[in-house]
Design a protein around this ligand. Structure first.
Ligand code: ATP
Ligand code: MG
Ligand code: FE
Length: 336
């Protein structure tokens, strides 16, 4: 089964050709970061325009790199949501046109399911499992007892982790997207600020990152107002420590409570070196099998969408040409 998959939910125009859900024949990702940098974040209208300009070329390149023609394909998959609606629609319309023109089934895919299934590109998923999704727009703990079975047991009540990273980076004065810069800088700093850790009510698997974010902003503001020298590396390290501690402690508690032995950490923030190292250390201590996607599959890409689509194909979960983008969709709706 060979699937061409398309992903345009945010600021990456991506297309991949993938065989049997794990053999990546091509993986083309065109990032728009340079266009959004000067605005300090993704501008939806700018993103849509770039997707329009790029999508056709990206699809052609993905086919060419895979040495495939449309006749070799079994289906075309596309991210249905969640994401920026204008951006999603570009990918969806391209997928619908491709599906119609070549008589291929259309497979709508949930973006966050894609982040989870990015792990399948390296090894088979083992169930039951717990997945921690940490990305620009999401922070969720998902329990999966089998393929395409999603139970959200915890989520952020305010900011997503990636969002908090990007805001903290901005007040420190680092370029967008700030996550990787904060990560790098934290390696030169010390946890001297002891920013708050939001554990919420006992037993809750939810998260909250607006408190630590505000605390960083206030600390920097006060120090600057008093004319004190701010050590950006210490701020970065202290912030990262707070985030990493809460994420690992809560996730490992969920893993234990649900009695699972497999843990997946995915999404853009799974690229974070501090988070990866802490999870590796703790999972080793507790005999938990940890899977984190390769860096290139952590951030947005289309191969991860094709990885989910393979299982949807086997279930015959096809969409129609009425398919529309949705800027929010509950992943639990995708359980089948
Ligand atoms: P979503 O998947 O929720 O729709 P998104 O697609 O914008 O959001 P991703 O591409 O999965 O998000 O991840 C991007 C986020 O990951 C950004 O917030 C970025 O700062 C963050 N990020 C990337 N690398 C790192 C890192 N090394 N440390 C911390 N954060 C990082
Ligand atoms: Mg992105
Ligand atoms: Fe994403």
């Amino acid at each position: 089964i060979v699937i061409l998959s398309i992903e345009t939910s945010c600021d990456e125009t991506a297309c991949s050709v993938i065989r049997n859900g794990n053999e990546v024949l091509s993986n083309i990702v065109v990032s728009q970061i340079d266009s959004h940098k000067r605005f300090g974040g993704v501008v939806p209208e700018v993103a849509s325009r770039h997707h329009v300009e790029t999508i056709t070329v990206v699809i052609e390149e993905a086919l060419e790199a895979a040495r495939m023609t449309p006749a070799d394909l079994s289906a075309v998959a596309v991210t249905e949501g969640p994401g920026l609606i204008g951006a999603l629609l570009i990918g969806i319309n391209a997928a619908k046109a491709f599906s119609f023109a070549h008589g291929l089934p259309l497979i709508p895919v949930h973006h966050i399911a894609g982040h989870v299934y990015a792990n399948q590109l390296d090894e088979e998923l083992r169930f039951p499992l717990m997945a921690l999704i940490v990305s620009g727009g999401h922070t969720e703990l998902i329990y999966m007892k089998d393929h395409l079975s999603f139970e959200v047991i915890g989520e952020t009540r305010d900011d997503a982790v990636g969002e908090a990273y990007d805001k903290v980076a901005r007040v420190i004065g680092l370029p967008y997207p700030g996550g990787p810069h904060v990560d790098r800088l934290s390696k030169e700093g010390h946890d001297i600020y002891e920013f708050p850790r939001a554990y919420l009510e006992p037993g809750s698997y939810d998260f909250s990152f607006s408190g630590v974010k505000s605390s960083v902003i206030n600390t920097l503001h006060n120090q600057r107002q008093k004319g004190q020298e701010v050590n950006a590396a210490d701020v970065a390290k202290s912030f990262q420590e707070s985030v990493v501690e809460v994420l690992t402690v809560k996730t490992l508690r969920a893993v234990k409570d649900y009695g699972v032995e497999n843990l997946i950490v995915a999404g853009g923030v799974a690229a974070n070196s501090g988070l990866r190292a802490r999870f590796e250390e703790k999972c080793q201590d507790e005999g938990i099998k940890l899977s984190v996607p390769q860096l290139k599959y952590c951030t947005d890409n289309a191969a991860m969408i094709g990885a989910v689509a393979y299982h949807l194909y086997k279930k015959g979960a096809f969409g129609t040409l009425e398919l529309n983008g949705r800027n929010t969709i509950d992943i639990e709706e995708y359980t089948m």
